[in-house]
Design a protein around this ligand. Structure first.
Ligand code: DQA
Length: 147
């Protein structure tokens, strides 16, 4: 069975009460439960990880090498400036899909730039929590084609 690592970056642990007008009311725990269930339906094992610390996220991405087949990731604000996370994704060379709950292109100009997107297979933005499931579905199709 293929394994997908789902990574959430800083402040994603506050979902449920954080700026609910922007991010909705669903908690990260609920999102993770849904993505694990979506993985089961797709025949994928899903491992979830969240951290507010850049280094911890990088360590987890490194651990994915040899223990996971792909990555779904919402880097939070690190999206906009973490070259280190971008390099970690490039280093492990696993197919990765970036997810944003909000439509970052409708928001402040600093959110229009993703330094991580260029090393991703694709990006899902603005569709809310279902974005994680859509990313997982796309990754499942990609992994099936890869063999
Ligand atoms: C986010 C968008 C980022 O700009 C922001 O810093 C986040 C969440 C999203 O899911 O919409 O923390 O990645």
């Amino acid at each position: 069975m293929k394994t997908v690592l789902v990574v959430n970056g800083p402040n994603m642990n506050t979902l449920g009460w954080r700026e609910t007008g922007v991010y909705g009311a669903m908690t990260l725990e609920q999102i993770e439960r849904n993505v694990i269930a979506a993985g089961e339906a797709l025949g994928l094992s899903v491992r979830c990880f969240q951290s507010n610390h850049e280094g911890a996220i990088i360590d987890e991405i490194h651990r994915a090498r040899g223990t996971a087949d792909g990555i779904v990731m919402n880097p939070g604000a690190f999206t906009h400036y973490s070259y280190a996370i971008r390099d970690a994704i490039a280093a492990v060379a696993l197919p990765a899909i970036e997810v944003h709950l909000s439509n970052v292109y409708k928001r402040e100009p600093f959110r229009h730039v993703s330094v991580t997107a260029p090393v991703m297979l694709g990006v899902v933005a603005g569709l809310g929590p279902i974005g994680y499931e859509l990313a997982l579905q796309a990754l499942a199709a990609h992994l099936a084609n890869e063999g």
